[in-house]
Design a protein around this ligand. Structure first.
Ligand code: PBG
Length: 331
């Protein structure tokens, strides 16, 4: 739909840009802290905040510090945080059993946060990569990342997270059929109100590099993830994946990475009208931070502009390491 307009000079599109007040009146999108999910890295220990070298400004926190961060996030108006455990080599194994240990790092952090800040929504990640000795999101058998056997493990992992009290489960593994399996298991166990935010259109991307450093997976990863994560050349396939996941019981869907895939965000939103999220991933954060730290771009403005792009592309919310910075900038 195109607005009807008179020829120049009766129409001068600059009129609606003439002052901040008028620009505000005609703004089509707004960026709010209420749209943000803040990903945080959790590690063992007490009173530890350990910098992640490839993500300036981001730290791995021990559980007590994650609780502090959760309280701060809630005070800043951020509705949700997303937990990613940094698992020590000792807790990584071929069978990935730590993934469904009721007392693993992620579950301990969930319980501690729920006790301290019950209003804050907690999201967790479902995938085996923090727990496997291969760095892959699924089990590896004869160099193949096996689908159906992995799903059985993902179900155990998700149920242990639901037991710990998470609000939103985010399967990031890209196995076929996992949303249906997870939904059925959650319903069967009485977890009727646990949401599934499917990483539905997740691309095999170079932009995950700093994240893999942050969770200690870089050294572990053998090969690449191209047999399960999407080819960056594809767009129709993203629509098929999102449709499938919605049919299997996903409440919300995600496109990942974010900024290189804004076209996918728009297509997904237009096609389904479902709650749609983008993940501004570690490499996107690192690029903006690195350029800002060099004084090459204005960090606050680049942050806000990059996040506004997701709203313009139709996203309902954004996972971003900038969440607390944005909250402070908007306050
Ligand atoms: C793994 C997972 C990844 C991210 C979130 N969950 C990395 C990967 O697929 O290798 C990336 C997040 C980021 O780069 O910020 N299941």
């Amino acid at each position: 739909m195109r607005p009807t307009q008179a020829p120049f000079p009766h129409t001068r599109l600059r009129r609606t840009r003439k002052s901040a007040a008028i620009r505000d009146l005609v703004a089509e999108n707004a960026l709010s802290v209420k749209d943000m999910i803040w990903p945080v890295f959790v590690r063992e220990g007490y009173a530890v905040e350990e910098p992640v070298p490839s993500m300036p400004g981001v730290v791995r926190r021990s559980v007590d510090k994650v609780v502090e961060a959760a309280r701060e996030a809630h005070d800043l108006g951020i509705p949700a945080i997303c937990l990613f455990p940094y698992t020590s080599a000792a807790n990584r194994s071929e069978d990935c059993a730590e993934a469904w240990n009721p007392d693993n790092l992620s579950n301990r952090a969930t319980r501690a946060i729920k006790q301290a800040v019950p209003e804050l929504a907690i999201m967790t990640d479902v995938a085996l990569d923090p727990y496997s000795d291969t760095g892959h999101d699924g089990f590896v058998r004869d160099e193949e990342i096996v689908n159906d056997e992995t799903i059985e493990a993902l179900v155990k992992q998700a149920l242990s997270q639901a037991e710990a009290g998470v609000d939103i489960i985010g399967p990031s593994d890209m196995m076929d059929g996992r949303i249906g399996a997870l939904r059925a298991a959650l319903e069967a166990q009485g977890h009727h109100n646990v949401l599934l935010l499917s990483y539905a259109a997740k691309y095999a991307s170079a932009f995950y590099g700093p994240f893999r450093d942050a969770v200690g997976a870089s050294g572990a990863l053998k090969g690449d993830k191209k047999t399960y994560q999407m080819n960056p050349a594809n767009s129709d396939e993203a629509i098929r994946l999102v449709e499938r996941d919605l049919r299997e019981g996903a409440d919300m869907v995600m496109v990942k990475p974010g900024m290189p895939y804004l076209d996918i965000c728009r297509r997904v939103k237009d096609a389904f009208g479902a709650p749609t999220y983008a993940y501004q991933v570690s490499g996107e954060y690192a690029m903006i931070r690195a350029a800002a730290d060099q004084g090459w771009i204005d960090g606050d403005r680049a942050m806000a502009e990059s996040l506004m792009a997701f709203k313009r592309a139709g996203c309902d919310g954004i996972l971003s390491y900038f969440a607390p910075d944005l909250a402070r900038a908007l306050a």
